[in-house]
Design a binder for this molecule. Structure first.
Ligand SMILES: [Zn+2]
Length: 189
């Protein structure tokens, strides 16, 4: 079986728009703690628990959850700066919305068994992280570095090596740059 190829402007990425936090572009200028409080409330509404994990989750620890009954945040989470916490939590709360929006069984099947979907679900959530960075007023270098690191993070941590590596790099960067541009437009609108 050959390696999986991705397509330009993957349709799975566009689907994520409906899970976005539309308020992000408006009132959160630099207010990381406000965002975190907002998402804690959203998690309560979704009946998703937020827990602080121990370090034994091993390889899949980055997945954070048992498909999204709970969001498990890393052991070092509380000692990190609020901006870092907001970017991480924005990503995880987005997964909780995907889990609810696609439905638990569809989400689980796509995430666990369809490599292309696992890639897309993560890229969708990283797009939201980029939007959080913009909402927090991060400077361009910070956002550029964050985006530049994502393909390698995905490649290393998410068991997606049945996809062409160059596709993972190219289309992850493309999706994240689109998310950045769009977020900038919305902030300035
Ligand atoms: Zn993720």
């Amino acid at each position: 079986m050959g390696l999986i190829k991705l397509r330009d402007k993957d349709i799975r990425i566009a689907q994520s728009q409906r899970f976005r936090d539309d308020a992000l572009d408006r009132s959160w200028n630099g207010d990381a703690e406000g965002l975190i409080a907002r998402w804690k409330a959203e998690a309560r509404t979704m009946k998703v628990a937020i827990e602080y994990k121990s370090s034994h989750f091993g390889r899949w620890s980055k997945l954070s959850t048992t498909f999204y009954r709970s969001i498990r945040l890393g052991t070092t989470f509380k000692s990190r700066p609020p901006e870092w916490q907001a970017v991480t939590m924005g990503h995880e709360i987005f997964h909780a919305r995907q889990w609810r929006g696609y439905g638990p069984s569809k989400f689980r099947t796509r995430y666990l068994f369809w490599t292309r979907w696992r890639w897309a679900i993560e890229v969708q959530a990283y797009c939201e992280s980029v939007r959080v960075l913009v909402a927090l007023g991060a400077n361009d270098d910070t956002i550029r570095d964050y985006i530049a690191d994502r393909p390698a993070v995905l490649w290393r941590n998410y068991a997606i090596k049945s996809i062409w590596k160059k596709d993972v790099y190219a289309y992850t960067l493309l999706a994240l740059k689109d998310a950045w541009e769009e977020a900038e437009r919305r902030v300035k609108a």
